[in-house]
Write a new protein. Structure first.
Length: 567
């Protein structure tokens, strides 16, 4: 029987300890994400259930049961141990979305090592920054990407071994320090997972800030309790669901909700390892009878462009629940979702640092199109004054989104960067760095980020990282990178560049700089537009005033610049 939705009752009844109880992990007992997500189901007699349905770009399917993944991840763990990997060592995944990515992720955690996912489209410099910072010992990659690893390798002495998953014997030989590994021929069914504790490090995800290098948000094994409970209550997964998370595990959505949450519940998930097209997405949803779908506003806007009729041409009758994350989900997106699928998109707000959803639209809750929803029932969230840290309790007042620690999946530190970690807290709140207001009904409305980080298609890109890379181009004297509003991607990167003497800012140079950034960093970081300028607006101490450029760009009244960004 359906009960009417009662948010306050849910808040009274929900605590993170529920997850501990349901997963049979009393306080003080070992908690290993790999064991709980996979081995546990096999030990309980559910080993034959399909864990992963992998569809490649050609439409070929490969299926893996929980037992398959137990044995194959055991193979990974045993092999990594042979390679000298021990507890707490960092192992990077630099892979496309093949089964190896998902299964080695589990294997690394079973071994008690720290898994560091890296987006496969990263270029050599983006890779270097993140591996140099984490001092990773091993990178697991594939033929297609090994060249980028080779290029940066001599700059990172910590990197001992590069594992190549699809090496063809007889073809281009491997180099010293590179080894081949063929996952499918290496099953180890009796690998005993490390008895990691609540606070044992598990996943290290890098994210971008306004200043400085990318920061590594370090998570721990007990983060699982938050991922499990939010998966259960927000994604609403049930035993016979076929779930599709469209995010790449290079980003936190793809690990918290594309691996850990759903598998902790023993759910069958689909991975589509192919580029985006609306038709392909609908065909995949129809083919696998997807029931629950977690995606992002940029994807929704791209689907919108092709019209609701296209969605209705496919049999999507199995679909019963849809959620969104990563950027503001405009009201039009929700309204269009109703038209195309007859369902509401349920927006969720969270961050790499929070590890799990914080503000959510729960199933059964009235969706207000354009709002991010209300705090997850075990979460205490508010908006605060950025200076005093006082909570702003008057409805519809804009403040900084803040969450009361602790919760199981909050990052435990930024790797190598404790001062920045502490700077994220104010008067006992964790401050997200986003602005919002809360209406009379307790719904959060997103207003914008409080820094210069660029959100392009739900992926954060740091302006500093782009500006540093731009400076390495022979023609660039100085530069500034900002987010420029974009219909599909919300923002795209725009760069302002002052040239060195002797260079001419023509189309060829623009293209050369764009390609330079695409290769060095990633396609996401590549400026879609470059404006050549004589000089850049700066504060007296020489800081580039990105906000001024941004305001100019969106045609805003600039007014008094003295208070904008001063020393
Ligand atoms: C930033 C975090 C964790 C999900 C993937 C992104 C923005 C996230 C929403 C939303 C408006 C959102 C915020 C946040 N963001 N969700 N529902 N509405 N903005 O993780 O890369 O760490 O980015 O994404 O600015 O701080 P991330």
């Amino acid at each position: 029987m359906n009960h009417p939705f009662d948010y306050d009752a849910l808040r009274r009844e929900t605590s993170w300890d529920l997850a501990r109880q349901e997963l049979d992990c009393p306080a003080g007992s070992p908690v290993n994400i790999g064991r709980i997500c996979i081995d546990r189901h096999v030990d309980a007699g559910r080993g034959d259930k399909t864990a992963l349905i992998h569809e490649d770009h050609a439409g070929q399917l490969r299926e893996f049961s929980f037992r398959d993944i137990k044995e194959l991840s055991g193979g990974w763990a045993a092999f990594l141990r042979e390679q000298g990997v021990v507890e707490l060592d960092r192992v990077c995944l630099f892979l496309e979305r093949g089964p190896e990515l998902y299964i080695s992720f589990i294997g690394i955690l079973k071994l008690g090592a720290v898994v560091q996912p890296l987006f496969s489209a990263f270029g050599e410099e983006a890779l270097f920054q993140r591996i140099d910072d984490s001092q990773a010992k091993v990178v697991i990659t594939q033929r297609k990407h090994v060249g980028k690893v080779r290029k940066m390798r001599e700059r990172v002495p910590s990197l001992e071994t590069v594992i190549v998953i699809d090496h063809l014997p007889g073809k281009r030989p491997l180099r010293e320090g590179e080894v081949a590994y063929e996952m499918m021929s290496s099953r180890v069914g009796d690998f005993v997972p490390q008895e990691t504790a609540d606070e044992s490090p598990s996943v290290l995800h890098y994210t971008s800030g306004t200043t400085g290098k990318p920061k590594g948000a370090l998570h721990v094994h007990s983060s699982l309790f938050a991922q499990y409970l939010t998966t259960k209550m927000v994604l609403d997964l049930k035993d016979d669901d076929i779930y599709w998370c469209t995010a790449d595990p290079g980003w936190v959505t793809g690990t918290s909700y594309g691996i850990i949450g759903p598998w902790a519940m023993g759910i069958t998930q689909v991975v589509l390892d192919a580029g985006f097209s609306s038709k392909r997405w609908y065909a995949t949803m129809a083919r696998h009878k997807i029931t629950v779908w977690y995606t992002a506003p940029t994807a929704i806007r791209m689907l919108m462009k092709d019209g609701a009729a296209l969605a209705r041409e496919h049999d999507l009758s199995a679909l019963r629940h849809m959620c969104s994350v990563g950027e503001p989900l405009n009201a039009e997106g929700v309204l269009w979702g109703r038209e195309a699928f007859g369902l509401d998109f349920h927006d969720t707000f969270w961050q790499t640092e929070t590890g799990a959803m914080m503000i959510t639209n729960l199933p059964g809750m009235t969706v207000k199109p354009g709002s991010m929803g209300r705090p997850f029932p075990a979460v205490r969230a508010g908006v605060i004054d950025p200076v005093s840290g006082e909570e702003l309790t008057d409805p519809n007042t804009v403040g900084m989104i803040a969450i009361r620690p602790p919760w199981p999946s909050i990052m435990r530190t930024y790797w190598n960067n404790t001062p920045t970690f502490y700077s994220k807290f104010l008067r006992g709140w964790y401050v997200c760095g986003d602005q919002a207001s809360i209406d009379e009904d307790g719904y959060f409305w997103f207003c914008g980020r409080d820094d210069d980080v660029i959100n392009t298609g739900g992926h954060l890109v740091g302006p500093f990282e782009i500006e540093s890379a731009l400076l390495e181009h022979e023609a660039v004297a100085e530069s500034a990178a900002i987010g420029k509003p974009d219909e599909l991607n919300m923002e795209v990167v725009k760069a302002f560049v002052a040239l060195k003497p002797g260079f001419v800012g023509d189309d060829d140079l623009e293209l050369s700089i764009m390609n330079f950034i695409r290769k060095k960093l990633s396609p996401l970081a590549m400026p879609q537009e470059i404006e050549f300028v004589d000089k850049l607006p700066k504060t007296r101490s020489g800081k580039i005033m990105r906000r001024l450029l941004k305001a100019q760009e969106s045609g805003e009244e600039i007014g008094d610049t003295s208070g904008l960004e001063d020393d």
